[in-house]
Design a protein around this ligand. Sequence first.
Ligand code: CA
Length: 368
Amino acid sequence: MQKITELFAGLGGMAGSVVMEPIYTDVAAAFAATLSSSAPLMTSGTDMDDVVDAALAYEAESILLASDANLAAVTKAEQSDTYITDYVIFYKDKLGGEPSASTIKSLGYTLLTDVINDTSSIDTGGTVLVSFDEEVSVFADPNTSGVFDGAILSFAEGPAGGGSGVAMKLVSQPNTATYMGGVYFPVPKIPFTVDRKTISAKVYSSQAGATVALKLEGPEGTPGIEVFSTLTGAANTWSTVTWDFSAVDPAKSYTQMVITPRGNGVAATQSYYIDDITLVGVPVTTGNYLYLKDNALSLSDGTTTTSYSMTQFQSTAGIDVKWPMANTAVLKLNLAENGSFALAEGQTLEAAVSITQASPAGFGEASA
Ligand SMILES: [Ca+2]
């Protein structure tokens, strides 16, 4: 429920416990209503479900399958991981309206792959420069765009797992594959800053370890800069490549891209899909949350205080308590702040503790 609440709050651009609380209440009420009707919480057939349900299930499964020794660490990691929410927010425009089945399939596959492999296909704060889904194609004006040296250009939805919607496809001429040729097209001024000089793209290459040259050009007087990408991954798979444009002057305008995949001397027809050309954002450090200090809690039975690890507390056996428990018994959880934030006034935290009388002769057990 917490994850779904964060997701809805994020989609609405809201943050903070004050606005989260009513959303959480609504989500809880919706869950309760759904459960009481015996309907599954997550079903196929809607856009949001298809993209997030498998990933949410994987995170929940990770907690269920964690060993006692790792339980606290795994739970903390999964609960504080905001990737699913970040991902949906990042792609909310693509999920809005009526996205195509292939877009949903592609986004869902990418998200699940990221969650399982702990990888990221989003860049918070990144600026998409060209998606090839623009209303007016970057190749609309033949005076400023086109192909050279025989590259064969088309547009198609690429294989699943990479970009979304339409990708640019480049194929080399048969029998001349040692040189691919390339394309050129205009883009809005690339918003380089001193901290943002890396461009990324999704690339699906027919050969492993390929490189793609990207040249940026500006109005007359601005010297062009050409950079080779990092290597693509295995043949016929999507990978994210980057270009290091640390040599650009952010004050200058770069308004033209020239893309030249390299055939790498392989004498066979090669093909590339390229999508989501993005100016990488400044890395954002997230992670404002409360956590259990030293991963421990203490139990005062009225006279003495004993510390226990969260693993002991969450184990099936729990921790032994003096029985009957004294009226003055106190279970203390010392929370610490990670990151920098201000708690809302009157902020409360709820926890559930199960106390069981384990034997008539007299001791009990407390567990989470
Ligand atoms: Ca696209």
